[in-house]
Write a protein that binds this ligand. Structure first.
Ligand code: GLA
Length: 434
């Protein structure tokens, strides 16, 4: 009797969870859409249009310029890859002009380099760009086609379908992908088409059927766009935040660092705010010509470490000060955490003074790393410190686990690193992260 109940319970769990085991930390890689769209003529400019060449070039850069080792492994095709017609068996096929070797050739190219290939589809009659969509009768066929091609991830958009079709189609595609037996990460645009909020959006269900989901509008190459997206997610953090966790992520859309619209400070802001949010990190830029400044931000190991924390808890905004400084916080594994001080000001760097205690940290001594300036300090919860935050910029801090003051002194000779032996933690002049 007990066994039967246990079996039933486990069967139930299996059918309720998207148990593909993928994306236990936010996925990282490259996605064509924001930077390349689809309307540039491949004959005029073969390097800058959606084509086999473009994806192979990006794969070369990811595997040769240190990106892959940092976790950037997905190379994702977006809209406009398909022929306008399905084949005689009703299957999607790639546009032979843009992809003469077909998608399997690209998948092999990625796999040979330790990378993964993502593709784009649309739950509806057409993709947003007007290419063939996946109607309800085509779900299983398309899942099977993608699996046979060796695809590793599917972004399923939602243009040209209604709420009823989406409510049937998104869960069915999840099942169909699982049924292929190939692990395929599943990105759902469903919530973005339903306003991103309950009651129309059911975040519990999304976590069970998708690995990530777009909640909100498309990112564009501008600071305004980054800020408005960030503000939407943090404004709704109590609704969307709890939905995130290992294998299931809110997706505020691509990183536009390395493009045209962001200053270096704004680029650090996007990276920090996305890392606190536990957001997927898909760059949409030209890795062949990216500046060394943008590359350093995207390849910063400590910010990637924060983003990829195994606990997978989405961070939140703690404060919005009248001064125009916001404070964000994300709890990380092993009792560590990250803090972001972000400035909405547009005049000059602002010196913001606070202490870990004021930000609700428990009593103790903390080692604090400033991620982008590489400064280190040791702070008691009661010690005031100053961050100097540039206009539209951030200071990102990684904060160690707390240690009790007394323990440090008791064990100083045996274990204590040099900085913990200082007795001057209550400096008269607060240490500053400049
Ligand atoms: C929608 C999506 C974008 C992109 C385009 C392609 O707008 O939200 O991310 O995929 O369609 O047409």
């Amino acid at each position: 009797m007990h066994l039967a109940v246990a079996f039933l319970a486990s069967a139930l769990v299996c059918t309720l969870a998207l148990d593909n085991g993928l994306m236990r930390t936010p996925p990282m890689g490259w996605l064509a859409w924001e930077r390349y769209r689809c309307d540039i003529d491949c004959e005029l400019d073969p390097k800058n249009c959606i084509s086999e060449n473009l994806f192979m070039d990006m794969a070369d850069r990811l595997s040769e310029d240190g990106w892959r080792e940092l976790g950037y492994v997905y190379v994702n095709i977006d809209d406009c890859w398909a022929s306008m017609d399905r084949d005689k068996q009703g299957r999607l096929q790639a546009d032979p002009k843009r992809f003469p070797g077909g998608i399997p050739k690209l998948a092999r190219y990625m796999h040979d380099r330790g990378l993964k290939l993502g593709i784009y589809g649309d739950m509806g009659t057409h993709t947003c760009g007007g290419y063939p969509g996946t109607t309800l009768d085509k779900i299983e066929t398309d899942a099977q086609t993608f699996a046979e091609w060796g695809v590793d991830m599917l972004k399923l958009d939602g243009c040209y379908s209604n709420a009823t079709e989406q409510a049937e189609g998104y869960p069915r595609m999840s099942k169909a992908l699982n049924a292929t037996g190939r692990p395929i990460g599943y990105s759902c645009s469903w919530p973005a088409y339903q306003g991103g909020l309950p009651p129309k959006v059911n975040y519990t269900q999304l976590g069970e059927i998708c690995n990530l989901w777009r909640n909100y509008g498309d990112i564009q190459d501008s600071w305004d766009s980054v800020l408005s997206i960030s503000d939407w997610f943090y404004k709704n953090q109590d609704v969307v935040g709890p939905a995130a966790g290992p294998g299931r992520w809110n997706d505020p859309d691509m990183l536009i660092i390395g493009d045209f619209g962001l200053s270096m400070d704004q680029s650090r802001s996007q990276m920090a705010l996305w890392a606190i949010m536990a957001a997927p990190l898909f760059m949409s830029n030209d890795l062949r010509t990216i500046s060394s400044g943008a590359r350093a931000i995207l390849q910063n190991k400590m910010v990637i470490g924060i983003s990829q924390d195994p606990m997978g808890v989405q961070g939140k905004r703690l404060l919005m000060k009248k001064s125009g400084i916001d404070v964000y916080w994300r709890p990380l594994s092993e009792n560590t955490s990250a803090l972001v001080f972000f400035s909405r000001r547009n005049d000059m760097p602002y010196r913001y003074q606070t202490s870990l205690g004021k930000l609700n940290y428990t009593a103790g001594t903390y080692k604090v790393f400033s991620v982008f300036t590489e400064k280190v300090a040791t702070l008691k919860d009661t010690s005031d410190f100053v961050v100097s935050v540039n206009p539209t910029g951030v200071v990102l801090l990684y904060v160690s686990a707390p240690a009790k003051h007394r323990q440090f002194h008791a064990n100083a000779k045996l274990h204590g690193p040099a900085y913990f032996r200082h007795d001057d933690l209550d400096n008269a002049i607060p240490p500053s992260f400049l």
